[in-house]
Ligand binder design. Sequence first.
Ligand code: NAD
Length: 296
Amino acid sequence: MKNFEGKTAFITGGASGIGFGMAQALRGEGMNVVIADISAENMADARDQVGNDDAVAFVTVDVTDRRSVADAATQTAQAFGDVHVLCNNAGIAGGGAVADPGFDDWDRAMAVNLGGAVNVVKTFVPLIRAHQSGGHVVNTSSAAGLTALPDEGGAYSTAKFAIRGLSESLRLSMAPEGIGVSCLCPGLTRTRILDAPAREDGDGKAMAAEGDPEALFNTMEGAMDPIEVGYAVVRGIRDNAPYILTHGEFYDEMKTLFGEILEAFPTDQAVPATRAAFEKGRRDMCDGLRHLPAVD
Ligand SMILES: NC(=O)c1ccc[n+]([C@@H]2O[C@H](COP(=O)([O-])OP(=O)(O)OC[C@H]3O[C@@H](n4cnc5c(N)ncnc54)[C@H](O)[C@@H]3O)[C@@H](O)[C@H]2O)c1
């Protein structure tokens, strides 16, 4: 999507941090922006920062509650009509380690970080498809969705890896309709995520480890300004980038990790012809979808 002017963006977790950075950057491109968030406090703060602007609307939403998401879609249509850009960004730290007993923290983290994205995609993407004039979906994963965090970061990485699968599948599915999809994987960014209650039991530390181990002790020092992530998102939408990667410090690690995956393949295997043909058919289909242009 290359033309932003006068179109509408709906951003979950839009009242703080990366979501607010996206809201500012997309508003700067002339879009109407719906800031959708669960936190009254963050909403009040965002309102103060936005000031008087008829092109920005504030909608209270809990992404874990499907009725609340449907209400948010109705309010968005009433405010601005069709939605073209959907930013699935609401997220929380915490959730605990994969091997921890007990499910409460895990379920809450999954409900927000993964279930929330599913609820919003399933509510809004049909609306984007219906107006048939293209659009773009940005799903916020994390660098912790590229390289897994151990221990307390287990639930977070599990959800963030899943956001990549959701994004890649949605991207292939929407390509024939000219709707782009990007997966955003930021590293350490200066936001409120570690201020959330989940941090009190130490979960925030695992988040901090996404960037720099030193940051465990001073979590947000040197973290990226969220507006920079917002500008990267604008460029990513314009280019219909499959991945929006903002933090260069992960490059070497990714090279090693993806190299390890490649090296794990048996390259001298005699693949049965029928199996090879099956996968060739699948690959040709996906490659075709990967090269379809998005609608401007
Ligand atoms: N800050 C980082 O270093 C970092 C790095 C990688 C990825 N991320 C991801 O970026 C996204 C935004 O986080 P942030 O760092 O800007 O944090 P933040 O806490 O500043 O903003 C997140 C916003 O989401 C809202 N939210 C939480 N639960 C919600 C719910 N159920 N329904 C609606 N809104 C809800 C919060 O109220 C908050 O305003 C998250 O998905 C996070 O996982 C953050």
